[in-house]
Design a protein around this ligand. Structure first.
Ligand code: HEM
Ligand SMILES: CC(C)=CCC/C(C)=C/CC/C(C)=C/COP(=O)(O)OP(=O)(O)O
Length: 303
């Protein structure tokens, strides 16, 4: 006799389920792109030749601290996450993991991560890692319930790991380091405004004060996306300035092209504001960033 759909679907063993729940808590997809950014920053800071051991250390340390911050973010947002379709099935709100064990896991990852950075790549990357953790967990996370300006703070936390990658291999931040930070900072506005629009009902349900919630017409989210994309276009050209070389000219031209592509997708979203234009903008943002980062490593001759 058939015992129903449970026999048809492959269930994970309890141990595998727990492991995948702990992994899910760390938001691994965001972490991967963040670690690509850290790697690019280390390449740019060392004219394409980073000390490989230091690079590995900063990647491992940043991964641990970023994972910890994501775990703690979810420990603090259980009630809101339970109200939102997108997040209700996460390990803590769904009851698969307890808040206590998750908090212990997050604390463990964070302490090991900061100590590891301190021991392997020095004070500054460790300090920025700890500061980023505090900004994301203690300021951005509660701010989401208070004001739409939360995204600006979240974007600072999202962009600071660029400095961690840079400082792991070069003690001096220069204009290119600031440009890398600015590229990642401004990129987050089109990236997130598309998401904020797509999930506006969810965010409202969870009490999150996003621009798409406080202004239900979507005009303000659209303006934030377009303004972010404009600033992104401008700052993305900066790393090519400084030398008249073939690579630099090509870098600037391709950056202008990529920036225009992001600006057009943001503008289209601002004007149309429907599901399709928002999905396209989100997709464009996820394609644009790795390409722009690759250009940064390959093309400009560094002064
Ligand atoms: C204000 C800052 C940011 C906010 C509020 C934000 C929010 C989000 C949200 C809610 C999603 C899930 C969308 C979905 O489920 O359809 C997402 C996806 C994603 N974000 Fe962000 N993000 C921010 C910054 C960043 C940064 C700094 C990175 C990495 C450099 C990043 C990388 C990604 C990636 C790779 C995805 C797609 C992964 C997936 O499908 O789950 N984000 N972001
Ligand atoms: C080194 C270190 C500590 C790095 C951490 C930086 C980090 C994880 C940046 C991500 C940026 C960000 C605001 C993501 C969205 O979180 P969200 O809470 O809005 O997403 P959610 O609604 O899906 O939970």
């Amino acid at each position: 006799m058939s015992s129903g759909p449970a026999t048809l679907t492959q269930r994970k063993s309890p141990v595998r389920q727990q492991l995948s729940d702990y992994l899910e808590l760390t938001k691994p997809k965001i972490a991967v792109l963040l670690l690509v950014c850290v790697t690019i920053a280390a390449f740019c800071a060392s004219n394409g030749q980073p000390d490989i051991l230091k690079l590995i250390h900063v990647i491992v340390g940043t991964a641990l601290v970023a994972a910890s911050s994501c775990v703690w973010n979810q420990c603090l947002e259980v009630h809101a996450d339970r109200q939102m379709n997108r997040t209700a099935q996460r390990p803590i709100p769904s009851g698969r993991l307890s808040r206590y064990s998750s908090a212990m896991f997050g604390t463990f990852l964070g302490s090991v991560g900061v100590s590891y950075l301190l021991a392997t790549v020095g004070l500054m990357p460790a300090l920025i890692g700890a500061l980023t953790w505090l900004l994301y967990v203690c300021i951005y996370t509660p701010m989401k319930q208070m004001t739409p300006w939360n995204t600006t703070i979240g974007a600072i936390a999202g962009a600071l790991p660029m400095f961690m990658g840079w400082l792991a291999v070069n003690p001096v931040l220069d204009i290119r380091a600031v440009a890398l930070f600015a590229i990642l900072f401004f990129w987050q506005f089109p990236h997130f405004m598309a998401i904020a629009w797509l999930y506006r009902e969810d965010y409202a349900q969870g009490g999150m004060q996003m621009w798409s919630v406080v202004d239900r017409t979507g005009t303000k989210a659209g303006i934030q996306a377009v303004s972010g994309a404009m600033a992104l276009l401008l700052v993305s050209v900066v790393p090519g300035v400084g030398q008249i070389a073939m690579g630099n000219v090509l870098y600037m031209l391709l950056s202008l092209l990529g920036g225009t592509f992001m600006l057009l997708a943001s503008w289209r979203f601002f004007v149309i504001r429907d599901e399709k234009s928002a999905r396209r903008l989100l997709f464009a943002s996820l394609i644009y960033l790795p390409i722009q980062l690759t250009l940064l490593v390959l093309l400009p001759a560094h002064v």
